[in-house]
Design a protein around this ligand. Structure first.
Ligand code: TRP
Ligand code: SF4
Length: 326
């Protein structure tokens, strides 16, 4: 029997190169080894976007289309929307009841978000429970492992704590110890060298057209000490070079040499990088466009995914309710 994994993404905007190398490429590979469930975490998106949710529905479909265009295969994997499988919320409530408040208040992601996020009010009851819903997402499918980035480790730890507490309280090993499958750290910074983020608008979206990609790459920050073309560059301090490392590791070696010896100008170096990125995204965009021609089919696929997911989720909820006498 294949092991089961579940992962999710919040539909808060367009998917970009960071999602591709940070998550999607990994998800695509995992499909060979695991039984995979991939979920659009729309409830989690709502928890932060509640004051202005007008783009949520559009983002959901767009994200699913991007997943498929990148190689998530609905024949092999279960793709579904979190809010369409109601059982997540039932388990969430039960978990809320047994989760000590202190665990949530001390959760580092929670504290960080409260500190960093200035343009929304996240000091709500619901947002505090974000990791509890995530635990329900994972455990309702009894997932063995969860592919995530490092930022999500505290949520996985909480998931295991909740699972153990439930198992202990009701004297049955119903929930597994879900392991984090860490995506190998591919550090892709934003175009401006800061963290890649929707808020900074410093990314290349998977759907960006070639002209936009070229323009964005031309505006990338480079080695600040290289002023004239004849100045030798320091590729190790240049974000453009970092992009080569992620997307064209062979070419990176050449660029290192050329840049050190001042044999390539930054404009040419960027032009070449833009060409590589355009080449990478063209097949994805072709697939995207052809999928978008038949939105009805996407909805059918999601409905099928939902059915498969609900079957597992209903079984778990029944087991849980039997244990707690409801
Ligand atoms: N919190 C995750 C993120 O922001 C999204 C998410 C929600 C998730 N539920 C999940 C990830 C369950 C893995 C498993 O990336
Ligand atoms: Fe960066 Fe390329 Fe310019 Fe070197 S030549 S500083 S790697 S953009």
């Amino acid at each position: 029997m294949k092991k089961k994994i579940l992962s999710g993404m919040r539909p808060t905007g367009k998917l970009h190169l960071g999602h591709l190398v940070g998550a999607l490429e990994n998800w695509v590979k995992l499909q060979d080894q695991y039984e995979c469930l991939f979920m659009v975490a729309d409830w989690h998106a709502f928890m932060s976007e509640y004051a202005d949710p007008k783009l949520l529905r559009e983002n959901i479909i767009e994200n699913v289309v991007d997943w498929m265009a990148c190689g998530i295969d609905p024949e092999r994997s279960t793709i579904f929307i979190q809010s369409h499988v109601k059982e997540h919320l039932e388990l969430y409530l039960i978990f809320s009841t047994i989760t000590p408040l202190g665990l949530l208040e001390r959760c580092p992601t929670y504290k960080e978000q409260l500190r960093e996020v200035k343009n929304r009010d996240l000091s709500t009851y619901g947002f505090l429970g974000y990791p509890v819903l995530q635990a329900a997402d994972i455990l309702i499918y009894k997932a063995d492992a969860v592919p995530v980035g490092e930022d999500q480790l505290p949520h996985l730890e909480l998931t295991r704590q909740i699972a153990r507490k439930f198992n202990r309280l009701y004297k049955k090993d119903i929930f597994p110890d879900a392991k984090a499958l860490l995506t190998k750290e591919t550090r892709l910074l934003g175009l401006d060298g800061r963290k890649m983020s929707k808020g900074y608008n410093n990314f290349i979206a998977l759907s960006d057209q070639p002209e936009i990609i070229r323009k964005k790459v031309q505006n990338m920050f480079t080695d600040p000490s290289r002023i004239k073309v004849t100045d030798p560059g320091h590729p190790e301090e240049c974000n453009v070079c970092n992009y080569y490392a992620v997307f064209a590791s062979e070419t990176k070696k050449e660029i290192d040499q050329l840049c050190h010896k001042a044999k390539i100008g930054c404009a040419d170096c960027k032009k070449k990088l833009a060409g590589i990125l355009v080449g990478l995204l063209i097949p994805i965009q072709e697939k995207r466009n052809s999928l978008l021609k038949d939105k009805g089919k996407i909805e059918d696929l999601l409905a099928q995914g939902e059915k498969k997911a609900a079957l597992i989720a209903q079984k778990t909820i029944q087991e849980v309710k039997d244990l707690i006498n409801l």
